[in-house]
Structures are given as C-alpha cells and as structure tokens.
Ligand binder design. Structure first.
Ligand code: PLP
Length: 385
C-alpha cells in the first residue's frame, strides 16, 4: 500500500496551486509566444507579463515599473546587493564601504555578502538582543561609511519577525542615503507589506514559497534607487535581468500571489490556530521547548526542540510516522545551521530543533496527529547522554 504523508515543510517550498498550474500551462500551450515579439501572439504574451507585474505591484503597493521579474529570490538578492555596490571602486580603501546585516540571514544573502567582504567591503553582522532584533540594533551601527543595509523580514528557521517599518524609517531618518534591501521571501503574501509606508530601496520575493512554479521571483527596485546590471543581454526587465522572460512561471506566480493576498487575514488566523494547537499540546512537557518569541513571531513557522533528541533522528522517526518536517533551512542540508545559536537559544536547542511550517491547507487534525507522533518519539527514541 502506498504510504501517505502530511507535508509540514512549506517554508522550504510549497505545492503548486491548481490555478497557478493552469495559468502556467496556458502560457506553455496557448500563449506561448515571446513577450518581446511584435505580432499578435507576442502582444498576448506581453499582456500577460504586464498584468502579472501589475498584480505583484498592487500587492506590495508600488508601481509596476518598480518590479523586475527574476529567476528566484537568490537572483533578486544577488542583483540588489551586487548591483547596488558595483560602482564602489576599491572598496578596501574607500571610505564608503560598510554594509550592515543580521546574524540570521539566509545563505543567499550571507554568501553574497561574504563575496562582497572578500572584495574589500566591511560587512558588519549585527547581534540580536534577547532573541529579537529592534531598530536600535541597526541604528547604533550606522556611521558615515555605511552604504547598505540588508536584513530579512521573517526568518526562515524560527519565524522571527523583524520590525522592518520601524527599522527602515529610523535608518533613513538618521541617514537617508543608505540603501536598504529586505529579504521578504518568508513574508510575501503572508504578512502585509506596504511599500508606500516602508522606505526601503530593494525587496526580494520568491514564487515557490507561495504555490507558484519554481524558478521565479521578483525584485522591487524603488524609483531612482541606484542599481546597475550584474549580468548582460537584451533589454528585458529594464536590462537588469535580461533574457526571455519565464512567462509560464511569471503567470503562475501572479495567480498564486493574488490568491494568498486575497486570503491573507483568513490564512493568518488559520496559521495562528494551528500554531496554538501545537504549542498548547506541549504546555505540560518540560522536555519540549519552543524556539520563538511570541510577540515577534510569524505563526506559520514553528520551531521546537525535544530535549536530548537529535533533529535528524526525530525527523526520520516522524517521516516513518508519515510527517514531513525539517530541521531548519532546506538550503543548509548536510550542514549544521547556527541560526538558533546566533539568536541565543543555545547549541542544544539547535541540535534538536525541528521546524514545522504550515500551508493554508494543513488542518487541526493533521497538527493533532503530528503532536501524537512527536510525543511517541519523545518517549521511545533513545536520548543523547
Ligand atoms: N531567503 C529566504 C529567507 C529563504 O527562505 C529562501 C529560500 O529558502 C531564499 C531567500 C532563497 O529563495 P529562492 O529559493 O527563491 O532562491
């Protein structure tokens, strides 16, 4: 008999939504033309491209011409960070060479900034304060050498929410020329992001976390924010991501984003219910600790540690019981993540962390069944001495 699984790894990637599949399929078999072609079919494809851009822009409350489609958030982040610093000559000796970030960024940002550090930029990783980040953490680091700040909105491992409106406003009040990039991959269409209120220059988002086909993302570039191309080709996407657009994925991305945005409050409420079910079920268990701070938490990513049981052992046990969760970031596969340690939860919590990340389709009963399986695992798995 074929085993059925309950999928709780939606922060890694999600099932593609049916309407997104249909929109993508339509662009593969009917509206398949190149959006740059000047004939009727090309114009039809261009209309889809334009309306998809409008959809994403409306959700973020920005102008359509401030949205560049890319091949995913990793590309968007690279374009924002490398493209906004490319004009800094001889960064090692330049007195405008400081870049500020957090200690909990996704590898896409971390490794891009490692490259900039290698080139001579001074990259400062700001420490959290009592397991959270506040605007003061960043403002205290700003000086006249600072050119760029890159931070995430929601952490992909424990759902920590950074107060991006407060941070960006305070930074820009102190020094308006500092460019700010925000990685909104884990918050796009799940938390409201109103770019008319957030003085940010660049925002990276990705499709595959919200039910679109993979290999599609976007970069918001505020009008007049300074950025240069890092790859070269024809004129597509304002010359910043040249090459024929991936229209099937773009169409699917827009449909998925609209679906989530139209249901943002309903889904948020549902995520809270699922999270509370999970947390409350362990309220009397001293051996289970939750690795998040209640007032700074996105309820669709719940990270917990079961004392003296290694993440991978619990993961394997849960998989045998039919539940797919993860130990942290899917991209950190095979490597130990240090995000929880950096946040201050300690290395023991890190070693036994499991991440449960919800989709709007997960049900209370599925969470109840997961709780039962975790409790059985906690009783039966041999503990680390
Ligand atoms: N940033 C965060 C917070 C993520 O969770 C991810 C994906 O795991 C990325 C960036 C990279 O996104 P993509 O897979 O679209 O390149």
């Amino acid at each position: 008999m074929k085993k059925s699984f309950t999928y709780f790894d939606n922060a890694a990637t999600t099932k593609v939504l049916k309407p997104a599949v249909l929109a993508a399929t339509d662009c593969m078999i009917k509206n398949f033309a190149n959006p740059s072609s000047m004939h009727q079919f090309g114009l039809n494809a261009e209309n889809i491209l334009n309306s998809s851009r409008k959809t994403i822009a409306k959700i973020l409350n920005c102008e359509p011409n401030e949205i560049i489609f890319t091949s995913g958030a990793t590309m968007s982040i690279n374009l924002a960070l490398l493209g906004s610093t490319i004009n800094v000559k001889n960064p090692k000796k330049n007195n405008k060479n400081k870049i500020i970030t957090t200690q909990i960024e996704h590898a896409a940002t971390r490794n891009c900034l490692n490259e900039l550090a290698r080139q001579g930029f001074k990259v400062v990783e700001v420490k959290p304060n009592n397991k959270i980040y506040t605007a003061e953490n960043f403002v205290n680091q700003i000086d006249e050498t600072t050119i760029l700040i890159s931070i995430m909105h929601v952490n992909n491992e424990n759902g920590l929410v950074l107060p991006i409106e407060e941070i960006t406003k305070l930074v820009k009040t102190k020094q308006k020329n500092i460019l700010i990039h925000i990685d909104c991959v884990q918050s796009f269409t799940k938390l409201k992001i109103d770019l008319a209120k957030i003085p940010v220059d660049f925002v990276s988002i990705s499709g595959h976390k919200i039910g679109s086909p993979k290999g599609i993302g976007a970069l918001f570039i505020r009008k007049n924010s300074k950025i240069k191309p890092i790859i070269f080709g024809a004129n597509q996407e304002n010359k910043l991501f040249p090459g024929t657009q991936n229209l099937p994925a773009i169409a699917g991305f827009a449909v998925a984003a609209k679906f989530h945005y139209d249901n943002i409050e309903k889904h948020y409420k549902h995520f809270k219910t699922l999270k509370n079910e999970l947390v409350d079920a362990f309220s009397n268990c001293n051996n289970v600790k939750f690795n998040f701070e209640e007032n700074f938490h996105a309820p669709y990513i719940v990270n917990l540690s079961i004392e003296r049981i290694r993440s991978q052992v619990m993961l394997n046990f849960l998989e045998k019981c039919g539940f797919l969760v993860s130990s942290g970031s899917a991209c950190a596969r095979g490597k130990t993540s240090t995000i929880l340690t950096n946040l201050g939860y300690g290395s023991k919590a890190q070693d036994s962390a499991i991440r449960v990340s919800f989709s709007f389709e997960n049900s209370i009963d599925e969470v109840k069944n997961l709780v039962r399986a975790i409790k059985t695992g906690a009783k039966t798995i041999t503990k680390i001495k």
